[in-house]
Ligand binder design. Structure first.
Ligand code: SAM
Length: 277
């Protein structure tokens, strides 16, 4: 049977009204809905009177569920994939199922709709000519600094997912590595307690340092001002050189890699590696 397909369905990021007619049809017509969290999806289905059977599909069962779903689609079934919020496949296990279906030469269609990234980017008021989505930032302070340093000269608005508990600390790190940038914290978008805080990163960091945040958060950082080039972050370079040495990389290789990763000149990294700075 040739009619089997995976329909990747974008669902609301908070407001249940933000769902397309086409997604509702696909959810209703599917043989099965693969849902990241069936409890979350049940609320959406109940609102629209949809009774399609559901199976959970999340990070902890994707190894066993993926072949099962691929087999069902291969046998002609229509499976709708949904995540907890937004477009499946972005920072959630959905990408794994999409890959597996493409690999098995099965039909995959994407039904567009809400995404926290685009909603936050537009709400931030920061430049949209180019943006970089960095998913969740590293939790370890050294790695966080290294990642931010690597992005310092990118002419694009930076967009990150963040947990409310780490938001203040992450903003403090951004203020340190990328001082003077415009920034934005977008929380609980499309929900009752939606909040968007905009301003210089130092101010946004200071405002939020006082508060205990709840809900879901996107952090954004504006691009560097024209002509601004970040000063050499010797600490970040040292940390990364040490990490690569611990991984067993030869010093010359590590110098080359760090220069590429952090956008620094190879001569500068070489001097730091040899203790001349
Ligand atoms: N695939 C989804 C999408 O398209 O937006 C995102 C999934 S990701 C695992 C979940 C993260 O998205 C949350 O940790 C938060 O950073 C962000 N997020 C989701 N809903 C949000 C909302 N209503 N307001 C702000 N951020 C949100």
């Amino acid at each position: 049977m040739a009619s089997g397909r995976l329909s990747v369905c974008a669902t609301p990021i908070g407001n249940l009204g933000d769902v397309t007619v086409r997604v509702l049809d696909a959810l209703r017509d599917a043989d099965l809905i693969a849902a990241e969290d069936t409890r979350v999806t049940r609320t959406l289905l109940a609102r629209y009177g949809i009774e399609t059977p559901m199976r959970s599909y999340h990070a902890h069962n994707l190894d066993s569920r993926t072949p099962e779903i691929v087999e069902r689609i291969g046998a002609g079934e229509r499976v709708a994939l949904v995540s907890d919020a937004g477009t499946p496949g972005v920072s959630d296990p959905g990408a794994h199922l999409v890959d597996a279906c493409i690999e098995a030469d099965l039909a995959v269609e994407v039904l567009p709709g809400p995404s926290a990234i685009i909603t936050a980017l537009v709400a931030s008021g920061l430049p949209t000519h180019a943006f970089y989505f960095g998913g969740f930032l590293p939790r370890k302070a050294g790695e966080l600094r290294t990642r931010l340093t690597a992005l310092a000269d990118l002419d694009a608005t930076l967009v990150f997912y963040e947990s409310p508990r780490r938001t203040a600390a992450t903003l403090a790190a951004i203020a340190e590595v990328l001082p003077g940038r415009q920034a934005c914290m977008a929380r609980e978008l499309t929900k009752m307690h939606e909040e968007v805080v905009r301003g210089p990163v130092e101010e946004v960091a200071a405002t939020l340092a006082q508060r205990e945040l709840k809900g879901e958060v996107v952090l954004l950082v504006g691009p560097p001002a024209r002509g601004e080039r970040s000063p050499l972050d010797t600490d970040a370079i040292r940390v990364r050189l040490d990490e690569l040495a611990a991984e067993g990389l030869k010093r010359s290789e590590a110098v080359k890699r760090v220069a590429e990763e952090l956008g620094a000149r190879r001569n500068d990294v070489y001097r730091i590696a040899h203790g001349h700075e």
